[in-house]
Design a protein around this ligand. Structure first.
Ligand SMILES: Nc1nc2c(ncn2[C@@H]2O[C@H](COP(=O)(O)OP(=O)(O)OP(=O)(O)O)[C@@H](O)[C@H]2O)c(=O)[nH]1
Ligand SMILES: [Mg+2]
Length: 242
C-alpha cells in the first residue's frame, strides 16, 4: 500500500517539523506533500528543509494565498497517482496516530472521514459557538443531502484513488468548509461508500480490515538526514513547482 498525505500550509512554521516527525514515526509507507501559499512566516523554507532531508517529503510552493480549497485541489492533482490520498491540516489539530485507522477503513470505502463526533465531541481549543456552528452545519448538510455520516466538514480524510479520479473538480464552488461537504456529496452521489472513524486514536475501532502489519519498517533516509523515512515502493517523481 502506498499513500500520500496532502497538507495545506499557511503560516505553520512552528508545526510542520513536529507534524512530519509524527507522520514518519508511524512507520507506514506514506509520502507527505506540503502545499504552501507563500507563508510570510517562512513555512515554505522549513518545508524545503524537511524535503531536503527526507525523500518522502515533497513541497509545492504557490505564490499567493489562494485558499484552503484551492490548495487541496492542487494536492489532488499531484496525489492522484497514489492508491490512497490522505488530507489533513498542519496545525496539529489532526492526530497522525489516527491514520492507521483511516487507512484500514479505506480498504473498503471510497472516503473515510476522521470524525470529531464519534464517541462525544472532540475538538481542541474551540469556543462553544464554533462547536455549535460546526455541529449545525453538519446537521443541515445531512438533512439537505441525505448523507448519514456526521462530520462532513472534517478536513482529516482518506480518499480512494478511484473516488478522486471520479470527482468533477470544476463543479466545486466553495473554498472552505462547504468545499469539504461538496466533495463528500459528489463521492456519495456517485455511489461511493463513506465511513467515519474517530479522529483521535483513543477510541480506535476494532473493526476488521486488512492488517497494516508489514507496512512499517522505517529506514535511514537516502538523503542522509538521520531521519527514519518510510520506504517508497513507487517513486513519486519530480513535482511541479511554481
Ligand atoms: N496553502 C494554503 N493553506 C492554507 C490556506 N488557508 C489555510 N491553510 C491551511 O489549511 C489548514 C486549515 O486551516 P486552519 O486555519 O487551521 O483552519 P481551521 O482549522 O478552520 O481554523 P483554526 O481553528 O484557526 O485552526 C491549515 O493547515 C492551514 O495552514 C491557504 O490559503 N493556502
Ligand atoms: Mg485548524
Amino acid at each position: 500500500m502506498l499513500a500520500i498525505v496532502v497538507v495545506p500550509t499557511y503560516n505553520e512554521r512552528d508545526n510542520i517539523v513536529e507534524l512530519t516527525e509524527r507522520l514518519l514515526a508511524l512507520g507506514l509507507p506514506l509520502d507527505v506533500l506540503y502545499i504552501d501559499d507563500g507563508s510570510p512566516d517562512g513555512t515554505g523554507k522549513v518545508a524545503d528543509d524537511l524535503a531536503q532531508s527526507c525523500s518522502s517529503v515533497f513541497v509545492i510552493h504557490r505564490e499567493g494565498k489562494l485558499g484552503y480549497g484551492s490548495t487541496v485541489i492542487e494536492g489532488f492533482r499531484v496525489a492522484r497517482r497514489y492508491p490512497w490520498v490522505l488530507q489533513m491540516d498542519a496545525d496539529l489539530s489532526h492526530d497522525p496516530a489516527a491514520i492507521p485507522a483511516l487507512l484500514r477503513a479505506a480498504s473498503d470505502h471510497e472516503l473515510v472521514l476522521g470524525s470529531r463526533y464519534i464517541g462525544g465531541v472532540r475538538v481542541i481549543d474551540w469556543e462553544i459557538g464554533r462547536v455549535l456552528l460546526s455541529w449545525m452545519a453538519n446537521g443541515y448538510a445531512r438533512t439537505f443531502t441525505g448523507m448519514t455520516v456526521r462530520d462532513l466538514t472534517s478536513g482529516f480524510r482518506c480518499y480512494r484513488r478511484s473516488a478522486l479520479e471520479a470527482l468533477d473538480l470544476a463543479q466545486l464552488k466553495a473554498n472552505g468548509y462547504g468545499f469539504l461537504i461538496e466533495i463528500a456529496y459528489q463521492i456519495w452521489r456517485s455511489g461511493g461508500r463513506l465511513i467515519e472513524v474517530p479522529s483521535s486514536p483513543v477510541e480506535l475501532s476494532s473493526r476488521g480490515g486488512p492488517s497494516l502489519q508489514g507496512m512499517s519498517g522505517g529506514r535511514q533516509d537516502e538523503r542522509g538526514s538521520g531521519t527514519a523515512c518510510p520506504r517508497l515502493s513507487v517513486p513519486i517523481g519530480p513535482l511541479p513547482s511554481r
